[in-house]
Design a protein around this ligand. Structure first.
Ligand code: EPZ
Length: 430
């Protein structure tokens, strides 16, 4: 079993190139099968979730041509199946985008129910509400989402909760429907906008993405395009907090600073300096960090996917901070591990009350999910001594070359597979 061995205490310093956004790439890959023409996608992150989805596309007959590590051409003209079911696809959340895409294009889909990180109940009632409103029947049977439509007709759909997944799935089902679909109370995340831009490049007619009302006029056909995925806001934010918590100086490059505003604002509040340019943000943590309060909210609010990284940082910031998680009900599972590293945090319901301590100490810890895993890595980088992290496969779902990028900033982190490799690591770092 692979683990990370980490020796903390080094400030992270330097520049790091941010990859394409996982949560934009996933719906874009699904949408790419909605035309019979070839589609070229650039800036694709090479992470486990996108690779699983690409395999799923191949399993139903799409031709996936990897031009290079970050560029893929997809030709879906030979798709012969509308059933997607394998052990891998069950583990990722984005499998359900294939429901929207296959239903939209072929009017039927059978896809294994989605997995993903265990951060809450994660119902899909709003997705189903949307598909049914457009005219599909939807049944959950034998672990599959089974859906079919004689015809899909545009409708006005109000989302009862702001949901990224439901907004995207309704867009996918509506782009080739008859007439106009209006999604009210839509999610405004950058990846929703990126998907809409991609579909518009393929000939769709989507207006209002990035606001809470999205209007989709159905078209009869989509066509070939070439498209580059936006940079990953959460990967960038993770490195920004890594700079803060290790008292470092890191520039994240190839980013859209506007997408990072809520993150930059919170870092400024706790005492970091932020410098923005057109496509880079520099975070300098020269002064002692101080407390603040944060509540996670849909975009443009503070992202739930940055909540663990924020909590780890506040754990070493002077004073009492309060972090409220308002999106997922089970997203503080990592706090127990952080407490074992010396943090003073009490979780009550969806709130964490954090009393800043002056140091963390290295420990053997287990990663509970993707973002919490990244957050525990940065905690270990800030800690005194050595930490060993288990279950790092969660981190590989969404971070490309995580340890290599951290090493390039001066982090002492290595992937190990045995006690012997751990001893070697300890000898090497002295
Ligand atoms: C997406 O999940 C992301 N995943 C998550 O990132 C991210 O945390 C989340 O959006 C919020 O930004 C992907 O893009 C693959 P939601 P999603 O539907 O779409 C409730 C990561 O680490 N809800 O916006 O599943 C839901 O329970 C992952 O990269 C319903 O009640 O999130 C939650 O409380 C983790 N009914 C809230 O809405 C529904 O039908 C927001 O969920 C759908 C959602």
């Amino acid at each position: 079993m692979e683990q990370y061995a980490i020796k903390g205490g080094n400030p992270l310093v330097g520049e790091v190139e941010i990859s394409g956004a996982k949560n934009a790439a996933l719906p874009i890959l699904a949408a790419a099968i909605m035309t019979d023409d070839p589609v070229l996608i650039e800036n694709m992150p090479d992470v486990r979730d996108t690779n699983v989805l690409l395999q799923a596309l191949e399993s139903i007959g799409a031709v996936v041509d990897r031009i290079d590590r970050h560029t893929v051409r997809i030709n879906a003209s030979m798709i012969h199946d509308h059933v997607v079911d394998n052990d891998y696809i069950k583990k990722i959340r984005a499998s359900y985008y294939l429901v929207g895409a296959l239903l939209g294009k072929y009017r039927k889909a059978e896809v294994a129910l989605p997995g993903g990180c265990h951060i809450g109940a994660r119902p899909i009632d709003q997705h189903i509400k949307g598909w049914e409103a457009l005219g599909a029947t939807v049944e959950i049977a034998h672990g599959m989402i089974v859906t079919e439509a004689k015809e899909l007709k545009g409708r006005r759909i109000y989302l009862d909760v702001v949901s990224v997944g439901a907004t995207i799935n309704i867009i996918l089902a509506a782009v080739l429907a008859d007439g106009q679909t209006i999604i009210e109370n839509a999610a405004k995340e950058p990846h929703v906008v990126d998907l809409a831009n991609f579909l518009n490049c393929m000939g769709a007619n989507i207006k209002g993405a990035g606001t809470d009302v999205i209007r989709i006029k159905g078209v009869t056909k989509l066509h070939s395009t070439e498209y580059a995925i936006i940079p990953d806001q959460i990967e960038a934010g993770t490195f920004m907090f890594a700079a803060a918590v290790t008292k470092g100086d890191v520039t994240v490059k190839n980013v859209i600073p506007k997408h990072l505003e809520s993150i930059s604002t919170k870092l400024l509040e706790i005492g970091c300096e932020i410098e923005e340019s057109d496509d880079a943000v520099r975070v300098v943590a020269a002064k002692p960090l101080t407390h603040t309060h944060v509540k996670t909210l849909p975009y443009p609010g503070f992202p739930t996917d940055m909540q663990p990284q924020m909590t780890v940082t506040l754990g070493l910031s002077k004073g009492t901070s309060i972090v409220t998680e308002s999106i997922f009900e089970n997203r503080f599972r990592y706090v127990g591990e952080l407490v074992r590293m010396g943090a003073s945090i009490k979780v009550e319901g969806n709130t964490a009350i954090i009393d800043g301590v002056s140091r963390y100490t290295g420990a053997s810890i287990s990663v509970p999910d993707l973002r919490a895993g990244a957050a525990l890595v940065i905690a270990a980088l800030a800690a005194e001594g050595i930490s060993v992290l288990d279950e790092i496969q969660y981190i590989e779902r969404g971070y490309e070359d995580f340890e290599l990028k951290l090493q390039s900033l001066g982090a002492q982190i290595e992937r190990i597979e045995s006690e012997r490799e751990l001893q070697k690591f300890k000898l090497k770092i002295g």
